[in-house]
Design a protein around this ligand. Structure first.
Ligand SMILES: [Cu+2]
Length: 365
């Protein structure tokens, strides 16, 4: 049976053997280290140096953490309503966290300062406090509940696309098909772009009114979109797992082979410009080069851009067809020439000369 007295009292007593021995050994080691000057005794000046060094380290960490995560303390936003809502939700949770942090550490520091005791004093022995225990359990549960309710109230606005603005790009009829369009705005109209991740580039396929996928406008690396217009993305991968992420336009979306993921953004009018991102899933040795870029232009500029792309695609198609026709003509002409040559030669002459030579060689032997 253990003695009722705490071990630190026994350690200095006459009996120094038993389970409390390590306490005494540690004390001896510390004394020995002190004697050998390994544990420095800090002067007031060196304490000041130490505290300012720690403060400097914390300050530098805070300053450099911002650029490292590309935002000082919260997710980037400002490019799309869903990114703004993610930011707001983050701010709410962060704010509650800060209040709790200040309350807990405030109480802790207050208790340390207010109730500090002289060395050797025996602490008051308490056994539980039912009201306090019920209080902090219910308080913590209440905080989690409130955060949960706020989160679930805000999630639909983050997940479900908004309608396009009135002055956004007018989606032409027939640009939307029913399949794979799980997440459409309420009015059912969005510019739906197919995003395909592949080692190590993003391919964007734009919709059009016909069913022929061969003549759709495609772009690599840079996605051009109109402002004021809801853009929904069908995200896929044709090889390994990638992740689509333009921080200012919202959260990440995994691009996985055999699965279609969905996300959306709507860049407000007046916020035309380039939004940059990066594949956010380690996908191979050139993962770092797998950048992504969204260039937002006005609806009119987008109409021009799309028409220009369509036109150059059509011209390339015509050129390819002309090339194929010419090839076919050349082939036909060559075949006709060959046939004409065959007609002018006799069947005897057309037998292989090597056959004739080998026959002659056999006759000589
Ligand atoms: Cu990737």
């Amino acid at each position: 049976m253990f003695d009722a007295k705490p071990p630190f009292q026994r350690a200095s007593g006459p009996t120094t053997r038993g389970w409390f021995l390590p306490v005494q050994s540690v004390t001896r080691i510390r004394q020995a280290l002190r004697r050998s000057n390994r544990i420095p005794h800090l002067t007031r000046a060196s304490w000041r140096t130490l505290t300012s060094a720690i403060a400097l380290a914390i300050g530098l960490t805070l300053v450099t953490a911002g650029p490292a995560s590309a935002s000082f303390w919260a997710p980037q936003h400002g490019g799309s309503p869903n990114a703004d809502r993610i930011h707001t939700l983050y701010a709410v949770v962060f704010g509650v966290g800060v209040v709790i942090f200040i309350a807990v550490f405030g109480a802790l520091v207050y208790a340390i300062v207010k109730f500090r005791a002289r060395p050797g004093a025996v602490a008051e022995q308490l056994h539980g406090n039912t009201r306090l225990e019920i209080g902090w359990t219910a308080g913590a549960a209440g905080i989690v509940l409130v955060l949960g309710i706020v989160t679930f109230l805000m999630l639909p606005g983050i997940r479900n696309p908004d309608n396009s603005d009135a002055d956004g790009w007018a989606i032409p009829a027939g640009y939307q098909t029913a399949k794979d369009k799980e997440l459409l705005p309420k009015d059912g109209k969005s510019l739906n772009i197919d995003v395909n991740g592949q080692q190590y580039a993003w391919r964007f396929t734009y919709p059009d009114a016909d069913q022929d996928r061969q003549n759709n406008v495609q772009a690599y690396e840079e996605m051009v979109v109109p402002t004021g217009t809801t853009v929904t993305l069908d995200i896929r991968s044709s090889d390994v797992g990638h992740a689509w992420w333009i921080p200012k336009l919202g959260g990440k979306a995994d691009a996985l082979p055999g699965y279609t993921n969905h996300t959306w953004f709507k860049i407000p009018r007046g916020k035309e410009g380039t939004y940059v991102g990066q594949c956010a899933e380690l996908c191979g040795r050139n993962h770092a080069n797998m950048t992504a870029r969204v260039r937002a232009v006005t609806p009119d500029e987008f109409t021009q851009w799309l028409a220009g792309q369509k036109q150059s695609l059509a011209q390339a198609g015509v050129a390819a067809q002309q090339f194929r026709d010419q090839q076919a003509k050349n082939d036909a002409a060559a075949a006709a020439a060959q046939a004409a040559e065959n007609e002018t030669t006799t069947p005897e002459a057309s037998t292989s000369s090597t056959d004739a030579e080998s026959a002659a060689g056999a006759a000589q032997r």
